[in-house]
Design a protein around this ligand. Structure first.
Ligand SMILES: C[S@@+](CC[C@H](N)C(=O)[O-])C[C@H]1O[C@@H](n2cnc3c(N)ncnc32)[C@H](O)[C@@H]1O
Length: 255
């Protein structure tokens, strides 16, 4: 991992760099690893960060300049692309909004879809949610999320790694989506599925996004209502192509 690769992670062509051969090797390698080995790898290759985000109350294991893979060759990274090692600006705004408004989570059943490092799920749990499930299709993100729960004095949250988009909607009170609107096809499928979740289960949907182009130009924008906007800290701005703020939207297709 290096700064160039981290920038690529934040950009539009999200980490499509590995060759097919390297990806096969990654997957085989991952399948052979025990969870404890992966935890040790995460602990060795991340730094605990607390005060450089919109939610200094939450500690997270993230990539920083002090980590080996900041300068190491990306092809030596043995797992799928580590989206979970970044606290994305959309997730930061969402977690900040939840901590500012604990009534949004308190006593409720919450799903954090595309949890990455798990910060939004952690914010919901810290705000008194009755039941929180973190979901990410990357199994390493699920392990990182459990480790981040422990860092914040929480029992590890249940983490599921199935692709829930398109599945039969469950009775979630609240679905959280931090920085999940970065690819056209992903936004299309999310739009369809979220629409069903609202119509069939009356689920409340909150989205955090820093104004990514694919999101801004998508028709879903017409069904969103602004709940809050946050100025990003200087360090987050520097690492995110000059993005300056991040917004929390509620998705209300029936209004
Ligand atoms: C840009 S990151 C955002 C992470 C986190 N929500 C945040 O804001 O910091 C997107 C995450 O979504 C996950 N992801 C992508 N497609 C997914 C899907 N269909 N279901 C669940 N997670 C998915 C990726 O693995 C990645 O961790």
């Amino acid at each position: 991992m290096n700064r160039g690769l981290l920038i690529c992670l934040r950009g539009k062509d999200l980490l499509r760099k590995s060759t097919r051969a390297v990806q096969h090797k990654i997957i085989r390698h991952y399948n052979c690893e025990a969870e404890s080995e992966i935890k040790r790898f995460i602990a060795e290759n991340t730094e605990i960060v607390r005060d450089q985000s919109l939610t200094p109350e939450i500690s997270l294991r993230l990539f920083t300049v002090k980590c080996r893979f900041w300068t190491e060759r990306p092809e030596l990274w043995p797992f799928p692309d580590p989206f979970w090692a970044i606290y994305w600006p959309g997730g930061q705004a969402l977690a900040r909004h939840l901590l500012n408004n604990p009534e949004l989570s308190a006593g409720r059943k919450v799903l954090d879809l595309g949890c990455g490092c798990g910060a939004s799920a952690i914010a919901a749990k810290l705000s008194g949610a009755a039941h929180v499930v973190a979901n990410d299709t990357d199994p390493v993100a699920a392990i990182a999320t459990k480790m981040n729960c422990e860092l914040n004095g929480l029992e590890p949250l249940p983490c599921v790694t199935e692709n829930l988009i398109g599945s039969e909607p469950e009775n979630w009170d609240l679905i959280l989506l931090g920085d999940m609107f970065y690819e056209e096809t992903l936004i299309d499928s999310l739009h369809n599925w979220l629409n069903k979740c609202v119509k069939l289960q009356r689920t409340q949907i909150l989205i955090g996004d820093p104004g990514r182009a694919q999101f801004e130009s998508h028709e879903i924008k017409k069904l969103l209502y602004e709940e809050a906007q946050f100025d990003l800290p200087d360090s987050v701005r520097e690492e995110n192509y000059g993005l300056t703020n991040s917004t929390v939207w509620s998705y209300r297709p029936e209004n």
